[in-house]
Write a protein that binds this ligand. Structure first.
Ligand code: TNX
Length: 509
């Protein structure tokens, strides 16, 4: 009797262990998954069966799994079948994936759905063995974004593509490219060569804290910009991965680099220098001169021609009104337009640009300051200063406390210098937006990120936690389960994350 009991116990234990071992570590966690016995074994004779319009997606599948499987339109014996069926899969970007020993079937609502399924398959692939399972999956939020500031420090195209790869891998669908700021203008605008020769450069490599404080001045000219050909290349790369690229051209504030090249665009006429320290600067685009709007419209023309994104980000944040209040042309504009104060002038500025962008068939996104003085029609707001979204109808939550990845992520004493703030992995994971929003986005400001390696260090694994918040249904959220899955996957990003997942709550500091 005892022997039988022991045998049953051992068998049960072994089964439980087997199930545990075989439970695939997927991130973001899918909506529903049933694991079955057996595996699909990738073999050289395996074929991908896909209609012609899914050929590029099928090519990516090959790239991701490291095989060169033939892609054909008719069924094969042992195949991976891709097809789009919006009736079978109702949710935008959703997919169904079924894996048995004989075949893999992927049905997507759309091409994005197929691609997300392929990313899941990529995570399931274990040296050619793919666990049998069925998965039903679709995103929680329509907008899942990650931002990268390339102004404060400039990152090469190769890194930008790598960044996009990471986003695609974790089912993000928007890349917010912060291209201009006080410390450097990073996109080629053919009509204004000064943006390339002057605004793309500053006198120091690293960015100092404040003008008044001494910092490590090295006097080495620093900068760079993306040519329009490079921009096109990045957009094509992202588009193939179903990631929309949103360009940000900052206005009316954070404009010092542009003013350094074209001083007449400021209220005082300069001279100005591209900033070598971070913060908020009084010199901004002059709202009194029509030439400012002409310049910005020319810039937007080139930007719109390059970027297919339905949204163009126009900044709108942190614009001091010091110069406008002292500028006769701005005062005149306020009188003519019957604007009660400089906040209303900012609102006039954004509304005028909004009108222009809308006339080109696009919509604007702005940081939450664009709510001040009245919101421009149909504008989407990125809410960074709080968890409230104010009057805007379309809101993307970007709260600085939880979703700024330039903050420290651990209390490890050897953490590299970061912006103030402490945003550990668990805090990112725990983030829940307050109300019905369009989506959420992580921010990677780069004042303290002089190298691509450091940018990636700050990005991971927080962007992976955010991916799960953005994609997976709230009821499957489980921080410790997430960390277990992350550790299984961490081989992929080749880093020991053990200290990054240890949490000390802010209240205890
Ligand atoms: C605020 S958030 C900024 C950025 C800085 C960031 C530093 C926002 C719209 N503006 O200019 O880089 O803080 O954390």
């Amino acid at each position: 009797m005892r022997v039988i009991c022991l045998a049953i116990c051992l068998i049960t234990y072994a089964t439980v262990q087997a199930q545990r071992i075989s439970a695939p570590a997927l991130i973001p966690a899918p909506v529903e998954m049933q694991v079955q016995a057996g595996v699909f074994q990738l073999q050289p004779q395996t074929v991908i069966v896909a209609p012609d319009e899914l050929r590029t997606v099928a090519t990516l599948l090959n790239e991701y799994i490291g095989f060169e499987l033939p892609i054909q339109q008719t069924s094969g014996a042992k195949g991976i079948y891709l097809h789009i069926d919006a009736n079978a899969v109702k949710e935008a970007e959703g997919y169904r994936l079924s894996i048995s020993q004989n075949e893999i079937r992927i049905t997507g609502h759309d091409e994005a759905g197929i691609l997300h399924a392929i990313q899941t398959l990529r995570q399931l692939n274990n040296n050619g063995s793919i666990q049998s399972c069925t998965i039903k999956d679709y995103p929680r939020f329509a907008y899942r974004g990650m931002h990268l500031d390339v102004s404060r420090h400039f990152f090469p195209v190769s890194f930008v593509k790598h960044f996009i790869d990471i986003l695609a891998q974790y089912k993000y669908n928007n890349f917010h490219w912060h291209l201009t700021d006080d410390q450097g203008w990073r996109i080629e605008i053919k009509k204004y060569p000064g943006l390339q020769s002057v605004a793309a450069w500053r006198d120091e490599t690293l960015i100092g804290h404040k003008k008044e404080l001494p910092h490590r001045f090295d006097g080495i000219r620093y900068g760079g910009y993306y040519t329009q050909e490079e921009v096109k290349d990045v957009i094509a790369y992202a588009t193939a991965r179903r990631i929309n690229v949103i360009p940000e051209i900052e206005m009316p504030g954070h404009a010092l680099a542009a003013l350094a090249a074209y001083p007449s665009l400021g209220c005082t006429g300069g001279p100005y220098k591209t900033a070598t320290f971070w913060g908020i600067f009084d010199d901004v685009f002059c709202a009194g001169k029509d030439s400012t709007f002409n310049f910005l419209e020319d810039v937007l023309d080139e930007v719109i021609a390059l970027f297919p994104s339905p949204y163009i980000h126009i900044g709108g944040d942190e614009c001091p009104k010091t110069r406008w209040n002292a500028c006769p042309l701005c005062q005149l504009r306020m009188q003519q337009e019957k604007l009660p104060d400089a906040d209303a002038l900012q609102s006039y500025f954004i509304k005028r640009i909004n009108k222009y962008v809308r006339s080109k068939g696009r919509k604007i996104i702005g940081w939450d300051e664009i709510l001040e003085g009245g919101l421009a029609e149909d504008a989407t707001v990125m809410s960074w200063r709080g968890t409230e979204s104010g009057a805007a109808k379309q809101v993307i939550m970007t709260p600085e406390d939880e979703l700024y990845f330039d903050h420290y992520q651990s209390l490890y004493t050897e953490e590299p210098l970061a912006a103030g703030g402490y945003t550990p992995l668990q805090e990112v994971y725990a983030y829940e937006p307050l109300k019905d929003v369009k989506g959420i986005q992580g921010q990677l400001w780069s004042e303290y990120l002089p190298t691509a390696a450091q940018a990636e260090y700050m990005l991971l694994p927080r962007a992976i936690a955010l991916a799960e918040v953005a994609w997976s249904p709230q009821h499957v959220k489980d921080y410790f389960g997430f960390v277990r899955r992350l550790k299984k996957q961490s081989i992929q990003f080749n880093e020991d994350i053990s200290y990054k997942e240890k949490v000390v709550y802010k209240e205890k500091l």
